[in-house]
Design a protein around this ligand. Structure first.
Ligand code: FDM
Length: 212
């Protein structure tokens, strides 16, 4: 019997929406139900490219805006062989941020078109499901202060949210908006249901190519 492939499931959203908490809970729930599942996150800060990105995000170094955009993309591409290997082995991947964050964050800077930002990520493994954890800036503010990393300001996060809204209009990507203002368990139940459907649908489909 040929092995069914795993599904590529991405969680996106603005800061404070609970992405990381929900990724962890989803991985645990899928594993508990007997499905092989692993978590990944972007940027993956442990590689050489990831270390450059980490130092930039922590404001320890400055990088030119186009350059850092391409580094974020390269950081995804360097993990593509590993991602494909896992998916082909039947392992589901739950990914905290992907190319959509890449495009939303850079295109929120002045002088960057959506098209230019999308180009380097064209052809990445296409997610079988992208869940966008929706939280208004007011609700986000009620969850406490932003951290001290680059991009963690209300003004910039609002611009990022608008770019995500543009990206969500693209019907070639399977988007699902999740109301993240509810309690953790309700949000989790919703995310788990959508993920199980995506896993079942992906089993017999080849891995797609993003934005191609
Ligand atoms: N980010 C993340 C980008 O600007 N481009 C990207 O391609 C990706 C994946 O990096 F501010 C930004 C988004 C966020 C920061 O923070 C990563 P977390 O807390 O590690 O998700």
């Amino acid at each position: 019997m040929t092995c069914r492939r795993g599904a590529l499931i991405v969680l996106e959203g603005v800061d404070k929406a609970g992405k990381t908490t929900q990724c962890n809970k989803l991985v645990q729930a899928l594993q508990d139900s007997g499905r092989q599942t692993e978590m990944m996150k972007f940027p993956e800060r442990t590689t050489k490219i990831g270390q450059l990105i980490n130092s930039y995000l922590e404001n320890k170094s400055n990088l030119e805006d186009h350059t850092v955009h391409l580094l974020f993309s390269a950081n995804r591409w360097e993990l593509v062989p590993l991602m494909k290997e896992k998916l082909e082995q039947g392992i589901n991947l739950v990914v905290d941020r992907y190319a959509f964050s890449g495009v939303a964050f850079t295109s929120a800077k002045p002088g960057f078109s959506l098209d230019w930002c999308m180009n380097p990520d064209m052809g990445l493994p296409k997610p079988d499901l992208v869940m966008f954890l929706q939280l208004s800036p007011t609700e986000a503010a009620q969850r406490g202060q932003f951290g001290t990393e680059r991009y963690e300001t209300t003004v910039f996060q609002k611009a990022v949210q608008q770019k995500f809204e543009l990206l969500m209009k693209d019907p070639s990507v399977k988007w699902q908006v999740i109301d993240a203002a509810r309690n953790i368990e309700d949000v989790h139940a919703d995310i788990k249901n959508h993920s199980v459907d995506a896993i079942n649908a992906a089993e017999n489909e080849p891995i797609g190519e993003l934005w191609k």
